[in-house]
Design a protein around this ligand. Sequence first.
Ligand code: GAR
Length: 225
Amino acid sequence: MADKLVLGVFVSGGGTNLQAIIDCCEAGTIDATVGVVVSDKADAYGLERARKHGIPAVHVKLGKTGSTAWEQADAEHVRILQEHDVGLVCLAGYMRKIGPRLLEAFSGAVLNIHPALLPAFPGTSGQHDAADYGVKVAGCTVHFADAEFDCGPIIIQATVPVLEDDDGDTLAARILEQEHKAYPQAIQWFAEGRLRIEGRKVRVLDAKTPAEGEAIISPPVEIDQ
Ligand code: GAR
């Protein structure tokens, strides 16, 4: 058994969340280490980021969700994670469904980040869907993962205002900055054993209480009150 919490991070793309996690691990901001990075895409830049830090980076080819190839990949995921002593699986821009074997082997130890205030705008383009819908406040969510996409008990959410001239890309960039703060925090709470799942709710033990009346109103209120 490793003495520090070992993370197995799943990516499908650029891996900026992975980078934020690696940086926090290396800086000692979170008491964990990234043991392995897994991707469904051979050319995911996240794999390259891992290699630059001397972290094993593995491409696991998946078939169609539910196919035999996908089931085999599910078993392969578990084998890889166990081989690297992983204690927490972090989905960080992983755009495929994870399988039942992984969920069973890592029950209560799989996190996901999503670029929207769940349960609004799940899927692969949450920020763009929020911008198109015309919401005034958007954000990101870190939650325990289950068999559904972007579902599962919520640990932390961060909000950002949506500005008048925003499109999906500018909003995505503003949300991403907050993702890089929220995900490492959720991982650190897990590492400290401070997360309790109670049905759909997650209790963060000894969490700070927001100041009374604290709120984001967007656009800001102008009238005197
Ligand atoms: C992030 O915005 C993440 O929240 C999102 O993919 C992006 C990956 O960026 N995930 C989802 O949409 C999951 N439904 P990154 O590769 O730069 O971390």
